[in-house]
Design a binder for this molecule. Structure first.
Ligand code: NAI
Length: 331
């Protein structure tokens, strides 16, 4: 049995977390949940966005499944997501993007995985105002962080039979920072001669992804470019409702859907539970529970492909509860 911290989160979070719990229970997935608060729900109940009890639970279990959290823009508390990544040194943001049968997309056969460095770059939060009319944000790239994300990407490629790693950069302009990133990736690539390696400048990368996404396999990027191409790829594969993600460190891993709290549909029982469910399946795979993960994945795949009991974002009329029950029936 794996003890896992479950943070239902804000907005639609409790609805999708509830769906995942039901489906895991029906599949007899060997997971014991420890429910913890974060975000607005934690502010309302405990007065702080990230209570110590939640941090301790994640630290102890080393595993968490997290719903989306409200982050105020341009004011208020620091992003809890960024705080979690930094507290637990979750240096690797991993996002698999695959076309799913039954989901309307202009593209067929997308099957790529994005490795995004998760702790530094312009997200280090080193910013200041220079007088009234200027502001500066410092872009930080280090050898340590670049080497370990590159190592994670190449190790993954070998383990999963992936053929090619593409490093995404803008070293033609940011010669020092992105230049160091590339220097580190090349060093790691040299140790994996069995994996093809190429480099693509980020603007061209966006165009290539829109034109021929099926030719990419593993994408490796510093934080900002990784963030942007991650959402671009999510859009190519059919939207936010179906894309899972993981933030992985050496001591802990936190799995979460890519989408936010979807305040426009919160409480309406129409949110698509697939993205959080697929994130839960990444968690099961991470701890070696491949068989039960495969069984649930196949059930979700069948429900989406049939298209009869899917939520409105996938063109259906089903409620979250209907779609959850349909997945359980397929199990
Ligand atoms: P969002 O992802 O919450 O919503 C964008 C659009 O997609 C909305 O129309 C929403 O209804 C729809 N959508 C998202 N997930 C869906 C699902 N599973 N099923 C059906 N429709 C879905 O992005 P938005 O509106 O930019 O952000 C809302 C809040 O979420 C903000 O406070 C933001 O900071 C937070 N957020 C939190 C994240 C996290 O905790 N990991 C990630 C992204 C945003």
């Amino acid at each position: 049995m794996h003890k896992v911290t479950l943070i239902p989160g804000d907005g639609v979070g409790p609805e999708i977390a509830g769906a995942v719990r039901k489906i895991f229970a029906a599949a007899q997935a060997p997971v014991e949940w420890e429910i913890c608060l974060a975000g607005q729900a934690a502010i309302d109940q405990a007065g702080v966005p990230l209570p110590d009890a939640t941090l301790n639970s994640i630290r102890q279990n080393g595993l968490a499944l997290k719903g989306p959290l409200t982050t105020q823009i341009g004011k208020g508390y620091r992003s809890i997501n960024v705080t979690l990544r930094q507290t637990f040194d979750l240096y690797c943001n991993l996002r698999p993007v695959q076309t799913i049968t039954g989901i309307a997309s202009r593209y067929q056969n997308i099957n790529l995985v994005i490795f995004r460095e998760n702790t530094e770059d312009l997200y280090a939060g080193v910013e200041h105002r220079v007088g009234l009319d200027a502001a500066e944000s410092i872009k930080i790239i280090t050898r340590k962080a670049s080497l370990r994300i590159a190592e994670a990407a190449f190790q993954y490629a070998v383990k999963h039979g992936r053929k090619k790693v593409t490093a995404v950069h803008k070293a033609n302009i940011m010669k020092l920072s992105d230049g160091l990133f590339l220097e580190c990736v090349r060093e790691v690539a040299g140790r994996y001669p069995q994996v093809a390696y190429e480099e693509v400048i980020v603007d061209n990368m966006c165009m290539q992804l829109v034109i021929r996404p099926e030719t990419y396999d593993v994408l490796l990027a510093p934080n900002l470019y990784g963030d942007i191409i991650s959402d671009l790829c999510a859009g190519l594969a059919g939207g936010l409702g179906v894309v899972p993600g993981a933030n992985i460190g050496t001591e802990c891993a936190i799995f979460e859907a890519v989408h936010g709290t979807a305040p426009d549909i919160a409480g309406k029982n129409i949110v698509n539970p697939a993205a959080m469910l697929l994130s839960g399946l990444m968690l099961l795979e991470h701890v070696g529970e491949q068989a039960v993960a495969d069984r649930i994945r196949s059930a979700v795949g069948k429900v989406i492909a049939a298209g009869k009991t899917v939520t409105p974002d996938l063109g259906g009329t089903a409620t979250t509860g209907d779609m959850t029950e349909a997945i359980i029936r397929e199990l």
